[in-house]
Design a binder for this molecule. Structure first.
Ligand SMILES: Nc1ncnc2c1ncn2[C@@H]1O[C@H](COP(=O)(O)OP(=O)(O)OP(=O)(O)O)[C@@H](O)[C@H]1O
Length: 308
């Protein structure tokens, strides 16, 4: 199946001379959720803005549903919904009027049944006649999503949908995103929050300094790059790590009397068996053992640091 969104060698140099994107290539399949992770200034918003026709690329191309975002701007734009980072609503406009107006901007006829369905899906139906200024922050964000959906786009961009919102509201947003995916909408979201990508994305792209460092299925990424850590709690404090254990690069914490050993989760030999044998030979008695898989956060930090 042809990708719904295809980005090819996309670069952007701003008038200031700043190179915000460096030859980005990316294909997105219909119905997937892609999280673009990256630190401040990585180029996430620039990338989205080019696809939505708000910023002009210096070179390269992008197409949505087969329509080039420059040459076939209207068709491409009609397939895209954009939820911007900043909350921008007309304070005196009602929720329903905001939706009707936005749908009209896309040259679409009013469709009360559709707008009702969207508002219900976002738990805003009972707020349809409220002025947007009367809504809470969480509701305003949901109105932005509703506005982005009311011309029936196939691809939805969410630029930092949960920046600065509380835990409860973030979870609520994640649920909304999952529901939209279930309805067949393709979603590209940018985020600084790794747990957000871990919770809802199918694929994760890591962008830094305008370069797309990698794009991979979340599970593959965690399996391929993930390390495991084994923490061994000791019966007695250890004055120093014996020379016979030096090759394991163990970290010792005097506070909780434990040794931590890191190993490749998918390596052929983990070294665990020989570590136990060497611990025993050194007369070190164990109280408890636990292992844990590194998180997407560990992987992300490692990746971003490696390249700096
Ligand atoms: N109009 C502009 N002129 C010059 N430089 C710009 C312009 N817009 C953005 N930049 C620069 O391009 C870089 C990428 O910005 P962009 O907003 O795409 O990053 P981002 O990954 O979305 O960051 P954040 O997470 O902080 O929103 C930044 O260094 C920014 O200062």
């Amino acid at each position: 199946m042809a990708p719904i969104l295809s980005i090819s060698n996309l670069s952007k140099q701003y008038a200031s001379g700043f190179q915000a994107l460096k030859s980005v290539n990316l294909d997105i399949e219909e119905g997937e959720i892609l999280a673009l992770l990256g630190p401040n200034g990585a180029g996430k918003t620039t990338l989205i803005s080019i696809i939505c026709g708000l910023v002009k690329a210096s070179s390269g191309s992008a197409s949505v549903g087969g329509f080039d975002v420059v040459r076939d701007y209207r068709q491409a734009r009609s397939l895209i919904g954009l939820v911007p980072q900043e909350i921008s609503l007309e304070p005196f406009q009602t929720v329903m009027d905001a939706l009707r107006f936005t749908r009209g901007l896309f040259g679409k006829r009013n469709d009360p049944a559709l707008l009702r369905r969207i508002l219900e899906q976002l738990s805003l139906w009972d707020k349809r006649d409220a002025k947007t200024m009367e809504l809470s922050g969480g509701m305003k964000r949901r109105v932005l999503i509703a506005k982005a959906l009311c011309h029936e786009p196939r691809v939805l961009f969410l630029d930092e949908p949960t920046a600065g919102v509380d835990v409860e509201l973030r979870k609520e947003m994640w649920e909304v995103v999952r529901q939209l995916k279930a309805d067949g909408v393709t979603i590209i979201l940018t985020t600084h929050y790794i747990d957000e990508a871990e919770a809802i994305a199918d694929r994760v792209g890591v962008i830094r300094g305008g370069e797309l460092l990698l794009v991979e299925r979340k599970e593959t990424l965690m399996q391929r790059m993930g390390k495991r850590q084994m923490r061994v709690e000791l019966m007695q404090p250890l004055p120093a790590i014996p020379a016979s254990l030096a090759r394991y690069n163990l970290d010792y914490s005097a506070e909780d009397r434990s040794l931590v050993y890191s190993y490749e989760a998918n390596g052929e030999r983990t070294g665990i068996a020989s570590l136990f044998a060497d611990l025993s030979a050194a007369g070190i008695l164990l109280r408890d053992v636990e292992t844990k898989q590194s998180s997407l956060e560990d992987i992300f930090v490692g990746l971003v640091e490696d390249k700096s």
